[in-house]
Design a protein around this ligand. Sequence first.
Ligand code: ADP
Ligand code: MG
Length: 471
Amino acid sequence: MDKKIFWEKILKQLSEDIPRPSLMTWFQNTCILSIKDNILTIGLPRDIFTPWHQQNSRKKIEKIAQGLGEEILKIEFIVDGTLENEGDSRVSDILNLFPSQKPKSRKLPKIAEVKIAGGILSRQLNNKFQLSNFVTGPGNRLAHAASESVAKSPGKKYNPLFIYGGVGLGKTHLLQSIGNEIIRTHPNYLVAFVSSENFMAEFIENIRHQKIDKFREKWRRADALIVDDIQFLVGKTRTEEFFFHLFNDLFDSEKQIVVSSDRPPSELQGMEKRLISRFSMGMIADLQFPELETRIAILQQKSQEMGVILNMKIMEFIAENIHHSVRELEGILTQIVAKIDLEGEIPTQKSVTEIIKNVNKDLRIESNHIETVNNSIKTMNDVVDKVSKYYSVTKEEILGSNRSREFLVPRQVAMWFCKKKLSQPYQKIGSFFGGRDHTSVMNSIKRVEMLKKTDAEFWRNVNKLRKDLGF
Ligand code: ADP
Ligand code: MG
């Protein structure tokens, strides 16, 4: 059978199983390259497509191909960039094969009040946050798996569950989805979801009206207590103390407790030791900024939720130019959707660049048109300046002593540039970077050398910076 016709037959069947936006994303400019020795070789236009296909389409394609009477024992994917050339006769016109239906409404789901018996406490849950629409990758898989486990058997397995990570990396999303999932699987459970800020406000209100016993009783009824952003309680001694006792009561009666924070328990300086040690009794999972592939998958998920289809090139472009949080990623997407809605404009690299620049003015856009070579980097100060801008941290944070990853990585990268590009002695680098000794500088540089070999995403960033620094 003609390879192209065969591929289109496969695509038709796949379309019954794979939603249209995914199909449009991952099957653009694809084709069958060969069918030989029972191996069906599929051509993909970009590297970035391969992991998705390995995971989501390989088995399906194999089954469909066999169903169509071909003796296929293996599916292989080969990346061939020329497939993106306009008018390549090997590829099928996917837009033509699957013409769009009426555009879907793009309303975001409303906040639904989850009503359960006496369930006043469950009102804070928003059902747009689900475990199933949380996209996983290496940097958040553990936290997601732990959340699933907790939602499945609250109070039984990981108790408490402590999730931490920087701003906009999905803490609230995960905590909300745990709440939603518990209510779904345990309809009689009372789930209490609260931000620690609101918790404190309510606490103070109740003290004022001398209703503290009632307040305590209310929270004690919870079968699961979910508290977002616990770091807010640091130094709020009385609320902390109240929370500590509530924690113990619930824990002793095997109720599930889930807590999120912007840092690990050990770094909650100023919080009572006994509370920190409670947090460390169960499971601690962190959320990291997702690597490129996961960022693209998130964009894809979100655009699907918003009912728009974005071209893969644009998605890749957005994902490459966001360096800090998933929230930023979503912000860009929302603006693009608004632009499409208001102006009927199809996003181009240029218009997306404008949007990204508006969202984050300091952001350096990776684009051939805008890139400028900079030869003015002469001192360690210049290096730190550039590196801090690139990673959106301050100079003080780079030179300071906070060892959380968001500062540590830029600090190590900056030291590495000072050594490799400015050939400064270790000692001098050390004293410039807040008076560190030379072994600490050596270790940082070794670490960068190691990451260079093991972490492609990290290296991609350093390389971009290298260009920016004019080296
Ligand atoms: P945090 O509470 O850590 O500051 P949020 O949970 O509010 O972050 O996440 C910010 C936005 O990013 C939310 O809209 C959330 O749905 C989205 N988000 C974050 N991580 C993911 C992910 N892995 N998959 C899907 N959406 C995500
Ligand atoms: Mg949050």
